[in-house]
Design a protein around this ligand. Structure first.
Ligand code: NAD
Length: 369
């Protein structure tokens, strides 16, 4: 391979995982670069008017991992950490997830390095629309379909869809998944990832012979995936004893009040300020005793440093790439058999929803929902 444009810790992590599997499967050196490196990467500049009258330019990326099987598919992330290496790693993981779910798509991912909470709603709309406008030559229902990810939601998908549709001169709702139901979205898609995480945890409990009614769970991240996982586990009888987001972490061995938590986050957009009691250091939360630990926020939070200290029976990877290769090796060696539900299975609920509909279903024919 000549000079590689992808780098950074998240890409390096995906590369190491790939090498590990490639060694196990004895994939020839000749085929490795072809299988690992993305087919296509697009970088764009998105100028928008800020509310104070300034013009600001944001970089945006889209990486399409492989185009061999059919269109690519994958989320769009608005978060300060985004760089092309992170986006490439997420696109690669998405290909593996599609393969595992038996779906004929390649993986893709996109993103903008921006804190969406620091933008007004008007600014966020302008940025979302400009990003999609710049991407129009490279995406399409038969080329690459966008979806939500960290920092984007149904509203952002609706702006993407509308921008693409205006350009085409007709409604093209297959250009995104995760759009509002009123714009052609699928019932249950918003909840599908978190519900899938909870479903798999239920299956793992059965396998380990643990009663759901007596089980405890700690969840990192209280956005789409984390909050839906928490509610779905509570519905199954779990006691949710810890939650965190980027602003605060709460722990209560007697169980947290999810209804109050949900109301607080709906009103304030964050966990901070929920209560003066039960506050805990976020790093401590991850190593607190529980039956199920669900990292459902960002990459690389279970590391070589904290892996020896985990005190859970099941590690359910709701986020993409939460466990580093060093941590994987430590968990394998610990001997106390922490049962790991890996991300490409654990958070594939949105994919499985399509899969369950089966070939010939309206969602498969029309594109994706
Ligand atoms: P989201 O933006 O809805 O929520 C992200 C949550 O993580 C927020 O509560 C945020 O405060 C929290 N967070 C951010 N940084 C944190 C930190 N340092 N410590 C603790 N919490 C932190 O995003 P989401 O859609 O729920 O995605 C979460 C993860 O799940 C990502 O890794 C994403 O790639 C993955 N994922 C999402 C979907 C989906 O359908 N949305 C599907 C598969 C995988």
């Amino acid at each position: 391979m000549n000079r590689v444009i992808y780098g950074g810790p998240v890409f390096e992590m995906a590369r190491q995982q790939f090498e590990c599997v490639a060694n196990h499967l004895q994939i020839s050196e000749m085929d490795r670069d072809r299988l690992l490196y993305p087919k296509r990467a697009i970088a764009v500049s998105c100028p928008i008017h800020r509310d104070d009258g300034r013009t600001e330019v944001y970089q945006g990326y889209r990486v399409q991992h492989h185009l061999t099987l059919g269109p690519t598919k994958g989320g769009t992330r608005f978060a300060p950490s985004v760089d092309i290496g992170e986006v490439a790693a997420l696109a690669i993981w998405m290909s593996w997830k599609c393969a595992l779910a038996g779906l004929p798509y390649g993986g893709a991912k996109g993103g903008i390095p921006v804190d969406p909470h620091a933008l007004s709603s008007r600014e966020l709309e302008a940025l979302s629309r400009r990003y999609m406008q710049e991407m129009i030559p490279f995406v399409g229902p038969h080329t690459d379909v966008m979806a939500p990810d960290m920092g984007t939601n149904e509203q952002v998908m609706a702006w993407f869809m509308d921008t693409y549709s205006m350009y085409q001169g007709q409604t093209v709702n297959e250009i995104v998944t995760g759009k509002p139901i009123s714009a052609g979205g699928t019932l249950g898609r918003r909840e599908a990832t978190g519900r899938g995480v909870a479903y798999l945890i239920g299956r793992a409990l059965e396998h380990l012979g643990i009663e759901a009614g007596s089980a405890t769970a700690i969840i990192q991240g209280f956005g789409n995936v984390g909050s839906v996982t928490a509610y779905s586990l509570a519905e199954r009888g779990f006691k949710i004893i810890g939650v965190s987001d980027h602003t605060a972490a709460y722990y209560d061995p007697a169980g947290l009040d999810l209804v109050r938590l949900r109301r607080h986050v709906a009103e304030r957009g964050q966990l901070a300020g929920f209560s003066t009691q039960g506050l805990i250091e976020p790093s401590e939360l991850l190593v607190s005793t529980c039956d199920v630990l669900v990292p459902a926020a960002i990459e690389r939070v279970i590391t070589g440093e904290n892996a020896p200290m985990l005190k859970c029976r099941i590690l359910a990877e709701g986020a993409n790439g939460p466990t580093t290769p060093e941590a994987d090796a430590i968990l394998n060696q610990r001997g106390d058999e922490i049962f790991v539900l890996p991300d490409i299975l654990c958070n594939a609920g949105g994919h499985r929803q399509l899969f369950r509909m089966g070939p010939g279903s309206p969602a498969i024919i029309l594109g994706r929902s």
